[in-house]
Design a protein around this ligand. Structure first.
Ligand SMILES: NC(=O)c1ccc[n+]([C@@H]2O[C@H](COP(=O)([O-])OP(=O)(O)OC[C@H]3O[C@@H](n4cnc5c(N)ncnc54)[C@H](O)[C@@H]3O)[C@@H](O)[C@H]2O)c1
Length: 286
């Protein structure tokens, strides 16, 4: 098979579903062998079986041992590591008044420590080979800050800083490190969000629509491939208006109810999102 990643080996953390799965699918379609690392090993195994040219490994990205074993699995099974996508993530949204320290720490540990461990382990292999691309999943939340996401916004901003610093450390060895900062994408992570939050976010998106996992996978492919051979230390990201700026044209109407991963409307209230995510009164009235 010929493709942009033909003959290369990639690891994708959190690859069992959502953006990670879309990235793994696109990489395999472009000729890569993919190691799907996920804390949900059953989901990772079913994903790897569906992908074909892929291996599933149980990995909690907050564990140094697990991340080392994940990278070792790629090297042992496929003979090297060309691409590392540090994508695994969790949300524990709540306003600061209600957020527990445990939920703050869990989100920081998963995104920041997890990305650092993955970047460090991958860079150690790649610098020996003199080539490689590391792609870290940040978020627009780290750029603009979201109500109810002091933990997540902090973590995703940190992922960009980590990426820029790591890029400078390993550029001389032929290793590139970049980040993606997606806007709002339909995945299992976001499907439980309340309908009014979806609508509020939609009003802030200049393109007036949500993104699809395949569109983030295309950016990951670009950064992973030789198309981005002179790009390192960058955050490729979404764009959002400040919440107080209104659109000149109303966004297209959507059926009442929240959006599911399949894009279908589910009756509002069927599975209300976290009440803690509710924006302050001033924002809700806009
Ligand atoms: N969906 C969006 O709108 C959006 C926007 C910007 C950034 N992101 C980021 O993209 C990444 C993927 O998000 P998603 O929407 O696909 O989420 P998701 O919940 O659909 O998938 C996340 C995956 O990560 C795995 N995971 C969670 N904790 C883990 C851990 N400690 N170790 C290993 N695996 C773990 C889960 O099992 C799951 O398979 C996350 O880092 C998220 O913050 C998502």
């Amino acid at each position: 098979m010929t493709g942009l990643l033909s003959g290369r080996t990639a690891v994708v953390t959190g690859g069992a579903q959502g953006l990670g799965r879309a990235i793994a699918e696109r990489f395999v379609a472009e000729g890569a062998r993919v190691v799907v690392g996920d804390v949900d090993v059953a989901a990772a195994e079913s994903c790897a079986a569906a992908l074909g040219s892929a291996l599933a490994v149980r990995c909690d990205v907050t564990s140094e041992e697990d991340v080392a074993a994940l990278v070792d699995a790629a090297v042992t099974t496929y003979g090297g590591l060309d691409v590392m996508v540090n994508n695994a993530g969790v949300l524990r949204d709540a306003t600061m008044r209600k957020m527990s320290l445990d939920d703050f720490r869990l989100v920081l540990d998963t995104h920041v420590q997890g990305t650092w461990l993955g970047t460090r382990a991958a860079a150690a292999v790649m610098r020996e080979a003199g080539t490689g691309s590391i792609v870290n999943m940040s978020s627009i939340s780290g750029k603009v800050g979201n109500v109810g996401q002091t933990n997540y916004s902090a973590a995703k901003a940190a992922v960009v800083g980590l990426t820029k610093a790591a890029a400078k450390e390993v550029a001389h060895a032929g290793v590139r490190v970049n980040a993606i900062q997606p806007g709002l994408i339909r995945t299992p992570m976001t499907e439980a969000m309340r309908e009014d939050i979806w609508q509020q976010r939609l009003r802030e998106i200049p393109m007036q629509r949500f993104g699809e996992p395949s569109e983030v996978a295309a950016v990951a492919l670009f950064l992973a491939s030789d198309l981005a051979s002179y790009l390192t230390g960058n955050g490729v990201g979404g764009h959002r208006r400040p919440a107080h700026v209104t659109t000149t044209r109303e966004p297209p109407a959507r059926p009442a109810g929240r959006i599911t991963a399949a894009g279908r409307g589910v009756p509002a209230g069927a599975a209300a999102g976290s009440a803690a995510c509710r924006p302050p009164r001033s924002a809700r009235s806009r």
